[in-house]
Write a protein that binds this ligand. Sequence first.
Ligand code: HEM
Ligand SMILES: *[C@@H]1O[C@H](CO)[C@@H](O)[C@H](O)[C@H]1NC(C)=O
Ligand SMILES: *[C@@H]1O[C@H](CO)[C@@H](O)[C@H](O)[C@H]1NC(C)=O
Ligand SMILES: *[C@@H]1O[C@H](CO)[C@@H](O)[C@H](O)[C@H]1NC(C)=O
Ligand SMILES: *[C@@H]1O[C@H](CO)[C@@H](O)[C@H](O)[C@H]1NC(C)=O
Length: 346
Amino acid sequence: MNTSSASFISLLLVSSLLLTNAQTTPPLIRGLSFDFHRTNCPSLETTIRDYLREIFSSDFGMAPGLLRVHFHDCFVQGCDGSVLLAGSASGPAEQEAPPNLTLRPRAFVIINELRNRIHRACGAIVSCSDIAALCARDAVFLSGGPDYRVPLGRRDGVTLATVNATLDNLPFFGSSARELAAFFLNKGLDLNDLVALSGGHTFGRSNCASFVGRLYPTQDPTLDPIFAETLRRVCPSNTSSGVTPLDVRTPNIFDNQFYVALVNRQGLLNSDQDLFTDPTIRPIVTRFANNQTLFFERYVFSIIKMGMLNVLTGTQGQIRTDCSRRNTVTTHLTTGVDEQGESAAF
Ligand code: HEM
Ligand SMILES: *[C@@H]1O[C@H](CO)[C@@H](O)[C@H](O)[C@H]1NC(C)=O
Ligand SMILES: *[C@@H]1O[C@H](CO)[C@@H](O)[C@H](O)[C@H]1NC(C)=O
Ligand SMILES: *[C@@H]1O[C@H](CO)[C@@H](O)[C@H](O)[C@H]1NC(C)=O
Ligand SMILES: *[C@@H]1O[C@H](CO)[C@@H](O)[C@H](O)[C@H]1NC(C)=O
């Protein structure tokens, strides 16, 4: 490469860093932008952060609960809020969801309450899927993780997520790292994304059902025996209903200790531990275990990428006036909104 094109490229890099406030960001999907609601709903982000700070101070579990909602939303039919619809397989009030899919019911209530406050202040111009993405960001930041800017402008879908679509599109806790890698690749997410996003398991909890297969009938030899012993107390049989933290070291903090646990063979889910067992993926796990700054950088990049999976933009979909229901009548609320949002600058 000659020097002038090299300096042109470094200039591009510098300006994109300046534009994004020094945050390393994947290319944004057309129709999304960081400033989408800056002029039409300036109170949006402070409303969410202030409300969640208050919620988490008395109910910490809502932080991992909200991050997981955003993950399920994006993997099933794209980040279109379908997981928030009553009647979707792991949606609010859904009794039929497999136990490993059960999202915390209060997380749905919180998102709808925020939608109510935001729509009262700004009108029905912010989608439920954008609110879920912002909640996921604040769940991480308010738990000790990185802060970052979220591309906005998503629209809400009108299609329920069926049980089959949900099971087909969510990764399975029993999977090997190789299977997970193929699964993520199919969604446009690479190995770095897989490992960084699995860091979502640095807080929150799991039910026995998601890992008893590693204890009974025979114990998984990759499991640290002392750790396995404590797990057997939480889940004395293969039908126990106990719960235990996903990150045994710092269960309520968003940090890199989840990776330190994997290095010490104290990962709870088979799908997590196998990232360390797999020789091609192990170096990424080790790097994150040794360098939290690196993990935070990579996590921010990957969660933004995940947050853009198959999004609806422009005049697609609608802005739901209740996150748990599709709008029944197509009113002016579902159109004519886009002019107010600033369009992406690329
Ligand atoms: C890599 C594939 C993944 C698999 C196989 C997986 C599977 C699981 C399972 C089985 C649980 C425990 C559910 C239970 O038994 O109650 C769980 C919890 C959780 N997952 Fe994942 N997950 C994956 C990726 C992700 C990603 C990408 C995120 C977000 C970035 C995420 C965020 C969470 C959170 C925060 C919890 C705790 C939820 C709570 O405490 O309410 N997971 N996951
Ligand atoms: C769901 O998947 C199962 C098993 O693959 C299949 O038998 C069933 O017909 C599917 N149901 C629908 C509604 O697609
Ligand atoms: C949830 O559990 C069911 C039954 O054990 C299993 O078929 C399914 O693949 C699991 N799904 C996920 C996402 O872990
Ligand atoms: C639990 O273990 C028993 C005895 O080994 C077995 O018959 C049963 O299918 C297992 N149940 C589950 C949910 O894995
Ligand atoms: C950790 O990662 C950061 C961010 O990539 C990097 O700047 C720093 O040099 C790394 N630290 C060490 C000790 O490797």
